[in-house]
Design a protein around this ligand. Structure first.
Ligand SMILES: [Zn+2]
Length: 288
């Protein structure tokens, strides 16, 4: 079976793709994520929506092409694009996006929003309530009118480099990153997972003040949040026990709690998340 070069597919995708250039530090491209969502929509792809062209994506394109009587070259050209149907008609930026719409461009929007710190549940190409909420938060973050409708200002803001953590951070515990910041399955992981035995002490990543120390019902479980100034907040989730209370000042390395698996966790690990004015950012570049 011929295996087309991935570069060929990537080049074909770039044609007409509004968000062709990846945002700084993002791995994966919105247009490729939209292709993966489209392939899932057509039941020929079950892989992750990660925006990266790999063997599984190319194989799925060829499967789709064979089913539709097209040359199975794995290249998404005009004919394949047409065969994808209505869902794939619009690329991001070609029409304003409003709640209720669905398609390729919505998937691109969801993927770009997630990388900019505002994940919206599953990246599925459907502009639902989660997407609207994420979009409004992003618009507020980018000092745009928070109207939940994409226009030129939003498209422009989504092409700017990703926000980065402006302060240096210490590792909250010594471990190898189990699950990184970025796409995961059809969703987006807004922090890093550090696997460690239950009870392992968790240290504050930088000096600051505890602003939250309670059970969070949305999935974080026992959660501690520390505010560091400059709009930076660090979050320590799935804890088994708290070692601090709200209002307390902490120094770097001060124990804030212990590793557990409370909330939505399959095993003991620390979910470590960093927010900059509410946007989730990859903590790894800031960790020393
Ligand atoms: Zn996690």
């Amino acid at each position: 079976m011929p295996r087309p070069g991935h570069i060929k597919l990537a080049a074909a995708l770039a044609v007409g793709a509004f968000l062709a250039a990846p945002p700084a530090h993002a791995t994966g491209r919105p247009a490729v994520a939209a292709l993966q969502v489209t392939l899932r929509h057509h039941h020929v792809y079950r892989g992750p929506v990660d925006g990266v062209v790999g063997v599984r994506t190319t194989t799925a394109v060829m499967r789709f092409q064979r089913r539709h009587g097209l040359t199975a070259d794995g290249v998404v050209g005009p004919k394949t694009r047409r065969a994808f149907g209505r869902f794939a008609r619009h690329v991001l930026g070609s029409r304003p996006l409003t709640p209720g719409l669905a398609g390729w461009d919505v998937a691109e929007l969801q993927f770009a929003l997630a990388w900019h710190g505002f994940p919206s549940g599953a990246i599925d190409g459907g502009f639902g309530r989660h997407t609207e909420r994420a979009l409004i938060k992003f618009q507020r973050w980018a000092h745009l009118t928070p109207d939940g409708v994409t226009g030129p200002g939003t498209f422009r803001a989504l092409r700017t480099p990703l926000p980065r953590c402006p302060i240096a951070l210490a590792w909250p515990l010594q471990a190898t990153v189990g699950s990184p910041f970025g796409p995961r399955g059809t969703g987006f992981h807004p922090g890093i997972d550090l696997p460690a035995p239950a009870g392992t002490p968790v240290g504050a990543a930088a000096p600051g003040r505890v602003v939250f120390a309670a059970y969070d019902p949305s999935g974080y479980g026992k959660l501690v949040e520390v505010a560091h100034g400059d709009g930076v907040i660090s979050m320590y989730a799935h804890l088994s026990a708290f070692s601090v209370h709200v209002g307390q000042s902490v120094g770097t390395g001060r124990r804030v709690g212990r590793v557990g698996s409370t909330g939505e966790a399959t095993g003991p690990h620390l979910h470590f998340e960093v927010r900059l004015r509410g946007a989730a950012v990859d903590p790894v570049p800031a960790l020393h």
